[in-house]
Design a binder for this molecule. Structure first.
Ligand SMILES: [Zn+2]
Length: 658
């Protein structure tokens, strides 16, 4: 496998036409030296930006060359200088956001059902009007990309095509095509499906065009998210770049969710964050070093290459302070590389996501809650989509609260359980649209419990570490579940309130308390299958009751008694297990950085959180022969298959020889 360079920069250059003397102070020598000194080995440079301007001397579209570009061949000069220093230089160009094209070709705009375009009015700041790739715009893109391929022949490292999203469109091209296909133009889902098909075709055509010029340059289409929606067009990509700036709209949970899914698709992945305090275009800001460490080291813990987004200022000079920060992190990335790439995940569980194949970045609350909770429990899991049929490599499959599936996947789940697999499901997870669970559940649902919130009674092993016989509220309504087979047993019960809070019937501030009446099933177990009637993961996303996590932790102990790793550290510590089979070792990545909601809008990491004497117990299916902290090689004493790490200062890598 030819690995991509590990330490990348994505150098934005969206530059207004009202700014004079663009790139006048560009100096190739200091440009490259700054990257070199910061251990950067790939820089994505700009052919064309979201303002719609070009940064090279185009013959095909001279009218689009930035009107005040002083360094006439900026892009080529950047590429040649980077190449001379052994640094890769793929090229960025915009697809759906291009203000110049949007203003000059209004017929190419994505049209909403009411005829409006996306983004703000042209009298306001922003380039988010969105172009439809199903229009004559294709001809422009084709000419533009052919020109770049010709210009860069022999030195083309790759393309980063930005903003190729599923944007429902009823423009002059899309609407007649939909009608011709007999689609209902008032059906939002039909429109989305059609748009997805057109965007997929666009990517296929564009990748085929690039391949006429280069067999091996990289090709990536950015949509701000990699998820089940990406899979259909994955053949058009050489790799995935996971754009996820935690201080932007993504937040800190987006990256692990998309990473756990993307890594199962069989392509190399690059994580991408930014140097900005907030998000793209935040020129004169700098991310806290600890935050950048966490974001980058977390990517390493998935075995990914890493990329930091920066924006070149209009004068063409990169900011040395930014690269001082990047150097502080990338110099460590270089030292860690031997233990991070290539490496593959060691997992015990698969989560099947309910994320839509028609939307980017519409991550269900249940998935957010699940990821938060399972990372706290150090469970090693992948995220799969509903196309998955072979689950045999996992000991446990977890079905999200809102995962409604077809009979094909239900049959696969039945076969999986027959072969010895275990399932943990919540609420509607695993049911079909009629509300029926797979046979292996041995359970039926009698619909939503209208008498809620109700209260689980802590009793037995599933409630270990809770106050026994105490009642704990389940804020969100559950389903009325019941055994449909004699083998199915109730392992947790709940009680109803006196009455639901409704109309004149209420008690106190919040909800009516337990009526202390008859109990009924809250959790059922049929062999290796455990079903919660309540949406536990959605609940955890909403307000994270610790008793919900305790119940899931205990359920995992029942279904998966030999978990790969358990640790004595706090719930904020992350542990990721990777393996390098050819080197006979498993790598445990320990991360201790705590995002704090210091502001109304974003989470902040300001410092590493140092942990001491963290005990980790492994159950890897083979004995650990030796353990050491790397790269410094400090040996760790083995106690059977357990170790004590004396200090975790933000990020620690432990090598386990097996
Ligand atoms: Zn259209």
């Amino acid at each position: 496998m030819n690995l991509l360079p590990a330490r990348q920069i994505h150098l934005d250059f969206h530059t207004s036409g009202f700014i004079p003397n663009v790139a006048e102070n560009f100096d190739a020598e200091s440009f490259v030296r700054t990257f070199k000194e910061a251990s950067v080995n790939s820089v994505t440079v700009f052919a064309r930006c979201h303002h719609g301007y070009l940064y090279y001397q185009s013959k095909a579209n001279p009218e689009r060359i930035h009107p005040h570009l002083q360094q006439k061949n900026l892009m080529l000069d950047q590429i040649d200088a980077l190449h001379a220093a052994g640094i890769r230089a793929p090229v960025y160009t915009a697809i759906q956001w291009d203000r110049y094209t949007a203003e000059n070709n209004p017929d190419w705009l994505v049209r909403k059902p009411n005829g409006e375009h996306e983004g703000g009015p042209f009298t306001e700041p922003g380039f988010y009007q969105s172009l439809c790739v199903n229009t004559g715009y294709w001809r422009f893109i084709e000419t533009h990309v052919r020109e770049l391929c010709t210009l860069l022949k022999g030195r083309m490292d790759g393309f980063f095509f930005d903003i190729a999203n599923i944007r429902p469109c009823l423009c002059y091209k899309c609407l007649p095509m939909m009608r011709e296909k007999g689609l209902d133009v008032n059906d939002d889902i039909a429109i989305r499906k059609f748009t997805k098909e057109r965007v997929t075709t666009f990517k296929q055509r564009l990748s085929a065009l690039v391949r006429e010029y280069s067999d091996d340059c990289t090709i990536f289409y950015n949509a701000g998210h990699i998820g089940p929606c990406t899979k259909t067009s994955a053949n058009s990509y050489s790799h995935f770049e996971l754009e996820s700036l935690p201080a932007g709209h993504w937040g800190y949970l987006h990256f692990p969710i998309t990473a756990r899914y993307a890594r199962t698709l069989g392509k190399e992945c690059i994580g991408q964050t930014g140097k900005f305090h907030t998000d793209w275009g935040d020129f004169h800001s700098i991310k806290n070093q600890a935050a950048l460490e966490f974001e980058i080291f977390q990517m390493l813990s998935y075995g990914f290459a890493v990329s930091i987004g920066d924006q070149l200022e209009p004068n063409g000079v990169i900011n040395p302070v930014t690269y001082k920060l990047i150097k502080s992190v990338y110099s460590r990335v270089a030292q860690y590389e031997e233990w991070t790439r290539p490496s593959i995940a060691v997992t015990e569980a698969a989560v099947i996501t309910s994320e839509s194949i028609l939307h980017e970045a519409k991550i269900p609350d249940s998935m957010m809650g699940l990821t938060q909770m399972l990372e706290e429990l150090a469970l090693q899991f992948d995220i799969l989509d509903t196309d998955t049929r072979d689950l045999s490599k996992y000991k446990l499959v977890i079905l999200l609260d809102d995962l409604v599936i077809n009979t094909g996947l239900q049959k696969s789940l039945d076969a999986y359980v027959t072969a010895g697999g275990a399932i943990l499901a919540c609420y509607k997870g695993g049911s079909n649209p009629a509300g029926e669970y797979p046979t292996c559940f041995g359970t039926v649902s009698h619909g939503e419990n209208e008498n809620h919130p109700d209260f689980i009674i802590a009793r037995g092993p599933i409630a270990a570490n809770l106050e026994q016989e105490s009642e704990y509220v389940m804020y969100k309504p559950g389903l009325k579940i019941a055994a449909s087979m004699p083998e199915t047993k109730t392992i947790l019960e709940a009680r109803a309130p006196y009455f639901p809070r409704k109309g004149e019937y209420f008690c106190s501030h919040k909800y009516t308390p337990s009526g202390k009446g008859e109990s009924y099933p809250a959790v059922l177990q049929n062999g290796n299958v455990i079903l919660f009637g309540h949406p536990i993961f959605e609940q955890y996303r909403h307000n994270a009751p610790k008793w919900c996590k305790t119940l899931i932790d205990n359920t995992l102990s029942i279904l998966l008694p030999n978990r790969l790793v358990r640790h004595s550290g706090p719930s904020t510590m992350k542990v990721h297990l990777m393996q390098q089979p050819e080197k006979g070792r498993i790598i445990a990545h320990l991360l201790s950085y705590i995002p704090v909601r210091k502001s109304a809008t974003i989470d902040i990491i300001e410092e590493r959180t140092t942990l001491r004497h963290v005990r980790l117990e492994f159950c890897l299916g083979k004995d650990i022969k030796s353990a050491k902290i790397v790269p410094d090689g400090t040996p760790l004493k083995l106690e059977g298959n357990a170790i004590v790490v004396p200090k975790v200062d933000g990020y620690t890598i432990v090598e386990l020889s097996v």
